[in-house]
Design a protein around this ligand. Structure first.
Ligand SMILES: [Cu+2]
Length: 307
């Protein structure tokens, strides 16, 4: 129900663009800013309809205050420009192995910093940082200054190329923009771990229950059960307004799909997500949960197969 209505919303959004969706990704990189502005204005006409559709589809059992704003087409963090907005990074080189501060702005098609964002899961922006080999995952929440500059403290532990992916909602639309960061030094990359349905983190065992086949582009229910010393962890704590957070990144392109929780069974230590992995091939799933005031991140490799 939830997903069906979300898809319907998405379809309305596409219709509003007038069938030019395919042109957006390429055009925003090369087109003069004023044309992006025109496109944003045109997109806006469909917005009222899209929002109405979203409002009617109350998520019922959904525990999180997930963003109801329709996702901009192509919002997977693979580009720093999308539908008139640009992720404008300050320095893109950070020291490896030491705390540093990274700053960026979200700039509109007039070159002005966007300063109004809608909170999603209690935060103005969710920033995912991960090295190109999908190690060193971080989920951060930058602070917004009045002039529209976001800043966030982070440590890139190992040298290498990193991807920073910002997920935010503004003007009734949800965007995901990304940029590369570099930590200079000799990088030793790590091969992607084999596909697995179990992971261990901070003394917790996390097991994944999934359908027999994960099909690219088709929604699947993923349940993660958290146990310690063979017994379910029954005292999971909410984190950012939900009991679990799941981010799926496609390897090797690091395209992002953020998945929201569908349900939970606290007595069993289980959290369930509805996930749609749009591409075929390997994904790295990062599931976060909180116990005793600490957030833990378990990672799984899973393959999405063709239809
Ligand atoms: Cu977040």
């Amino acid at each position: 129900m939830h997903t069906a209505s979300r898809l319907a919303t998405f379809a309305v959004g596409l219709a509003a663009i007038g069938g030019s969706a395919a042109a957006i990704g390429s055009a925003t990189d090369a087109t003069p800013p004023f044309q992006s502005c025109l496109r944003v204005a045109a997109d806006g006409h469909g917005q009222a309809d899209a929002m109405a559709g979203a409002a009617m589809s109350a998520p019922g059992q959904a525990e999180s205050r997930a963003s109801m704003a329709p996702m901009v087409a192509g919002a997977d963090g693979s580009s720093s420009k999308l539908a008139g907005l640009t992720l404008d990074a300050g320095a893109r080189t950070l020291r490896a192995g030491r705390p540093d501060t990274w700053r960026f702005r979200i700039v509109d098609c007039n070159g002005d910093a966007v300063r109004t964002f809608t909170r999603d899961q209690t935060k103005l922006v969710h920033l995912i940082v991960v090295r190109s080999d999908l190690t060193g995952y971080q989920h951060l929440h930058p602070t917004l200054a009045p002039d529209g500059t976001f800043s966030v403290g982070m440590t890139l532990r190992q040298p290498g190329r990193y991807r920073a992916i910002a997920d935010f909602t503004t003007g009734g639309r949800r965007y995901v923009l990304g940029t590369d960061l570099t930590a200079p030094g000799a990088a030793r990359t790590v091969p992607l771990p084999r596909a697995s349905t179990s992971a261990r983190v901070d003394g917790y065992d996390v097991s994944l229950r999934r359908p027999a086949t994960l099909t690219a582009g088709r929604e699947a229910t993923l349940t993660f059960t958290i146990s310690r010393d063979g017994r379910p962890v029954t005292r999971l704590q909410p984190y950012l307004g939900a009991y679990g957070h799941l981010v799926a990144l496609h390897a090797p392109g690091l395209e992002y799909s953020h998945v929201h929780p569908a349900s939970k069974d606290l007595a069993a230590g289980a959290i369930t997500f509805d996930a749609e992995l749009p591409k075929t091939g390997p994904y790295r799933l990062f599931v976060q949960f909180r116990t005793n005031g600490r957030v833990h991140t378990a990672a799984f490799t899973q393959d999405a197969s063709a239809r």
